[in-house]
Design a protein around this ligand. Structure first.
Ligand code: NAD
Ligand code: UDX
Length: 386
């Protein structure tokens, strides 16, 4: 492998990375990228390894020995500090991060996103190790514009909705709206990391992903996850399409999101890993401001794309409205609109997303169809009554 150069033309030294939550959606793509394109070593920590099994076995893989899986729960495992000490850099991805959990399991959500991350920050700070911590775009909460009268012309002014790392406020709902338990826990861990940087010199980077989507995201209920659980929207809609059910639009599907392809976003993370001088001390939005849709538009686009990749016509009524109370239960609330400002990541790392929403849905739904269509068909065949 040719020596890799950083953005300032200096050779990059191979490093050891302690990746916590490496078995999840983002972790699996990051491990894949690091194995295929870099000489870095990965200590992969998670409770699950299904999504990175293809990188761990067989022993004959070209990167054998550069990735080692450690099955552990960071809530209670004394090996954590030793693994952080062995590495040059720690990346923390571990979290409960599906909205269906925020209002129904708020304690687990807060513990996972704040309390469980505390030892990671402490060990990095005490041992002078660099930390890349995964936060979320949810820390912005609602836009300022959402509080203006519906007919106010200011709602169209980007100053009232574009989300900037260094100036936008964090606007959450009331405490009984437990949806915000996740965002609030993530905000507090960001503040703690920032304070460790300011008071104790911790070298940190905070990442705020804006709806990264792609293959291996979450699970398909009843196939590779519990049938009663609710994953994030990509997997919910994929599940509906695979089962030929209408896609459920929560509260009319009016909320807006910007979606970025996981492979574009992973490029940004690799730039952070390999350019510490440019990434340390920064908080980065990572998203695609050009891929904005309402959830209703997302449903319509996914329906069209899925008809194309599966070769089956879509349903006559492809969507159905459902109230948030019915779908998520009491205490749900929502972010109205999420457009990331890209100034800081552009300036520091020269990163820009590339993939359009149509293209990323086409490759993702092709993957979903290939991976799940047969299993769904089998699961839907009713056993013959005796
Ligand atoms: N995917 C997105 O668009 C998105 C958006 C915003 C923020 N994020 C953040 O990025 C990070 C990764 O998200 P993801 O989409 O890959 O989610 P994911 O659920 O697929 O991955 C998280 C991984 O962490 C592991 N984990 C959780 N608790 C653990 C523990 N106590 N010990 C060991 N492992 C544990 C899980 O098993 C899982 O494999 C999270 O911090 C999430 O909040 C993701
Ligand atoms: O079947 C569904 C699922 C979801 N939705 C809606 O689709 C939108 C997106 O829902 P997602 O489940 O993808 O989650 P959100 O975008 O609200 O939050 C996510 O944002 C960033 C991360 O921190 C987390 O991964 C998650 O909190 C919401 O408005 C939700 O109400 C539907 O209308 N129907």
């Amino acid at each position: 492998m040719a020596t890799r150069m950083d953005l300032d033309g200096r050779p990059i030294k191979p490093m050891t990375i302690c990746m916590i939550g490496a078995g999840g959606f983002i972790g699996s793509h990051l491990c894949e990228k690091l194995m295929a394109e870099t000489p870095h070593k990965v200590l992969a920590l998670d409770v699950y390894s299904d999504k990175i099994k293809h990188l761990l076995e067989p022993d004959s893989l070209p990167w054998a020995g550069r990735i080692v899986f450690h099955r552990l729960n960071i809530k209670h495992d004394s090996r954590l500090e030793g693994l952080i000490k062995m590495a040059d850099l720690t990346i923390n991805l571990a979290a409960i991060c599906t909205p269906a959990d925020y209002n129904t399991r708020p304690l687990d959500t807060i513990y996972s996103n704040f309390i469980d991350a505390l030892p990671v920050v402490k060990y990095c700070s005490e041992n002078n190790k660099r930390l890349i911590h995964f936060s979320t775009c949810e820390v912005y909460g609602k836009t300022i514009g959402s509080f203006l009268p519906k007919d106010s012309p200011l709602r169209k002014d980007p100053a009232y909705y574009v989300l900037k790392e260094d100036t936008s406020p964090c606007i959450f709902g009331s405490i009984e709206k437990q949806r915000w338990s996740y965002a609030c826990a993530k905000q507090l861990i960001e503040r703690l990391i920032y304070a460790e940087g300011a008071e104790n010199g911790l070298d940190f980077t905070i990442v705020r992903p804006f709806n990264w989507i792609g293959p291996r995201m979450d699970f398909i209920p009843g196939i590779d996850g519990p049938s009663e659980s609710v994953p994030r929207v990509l997997a919910c809609f994929s599940n509906n399409l695979l089962r030929r059910e209408p896609l459920k639009l929560v509260d009319g599907g009016e909320s807006q999101r910007t979606f970025v392809y996981i492979k574009d976003a992973i490029e940004a993370v690799l730039l952070m890993i390999e350019n510490p001088d440019r990434a340390n001390g920064h908080i980065f939005n990572v998203g695609n401001p050009n891929n904005e849709v309402t959830v209703r538009q997302l449903a319509e686009m996914m329906t069209k794309v899925y008809a194309k990749v599966s070769g089956k016509p879509s349903l006559e009524s492809p969507t159905i409205d459902v109230s948030s109370k019915e779908f998520y239960g009491e205490g749900y609330d929502d972010s109205d609109k999420r457009i990331p400002d890209m100034t800081i990541i552009n300036r520091q790392l020269g990163w820009n997303p590339k993939t359009t929403l149509w293209d990323l849905l086409e490759s993702t739904l092709t993957y979903q169809h290939r991976t799940y269509a047969e299993a769904i068909k089998k699961s839907m065949v009713k056993p013959i009554a005796s």
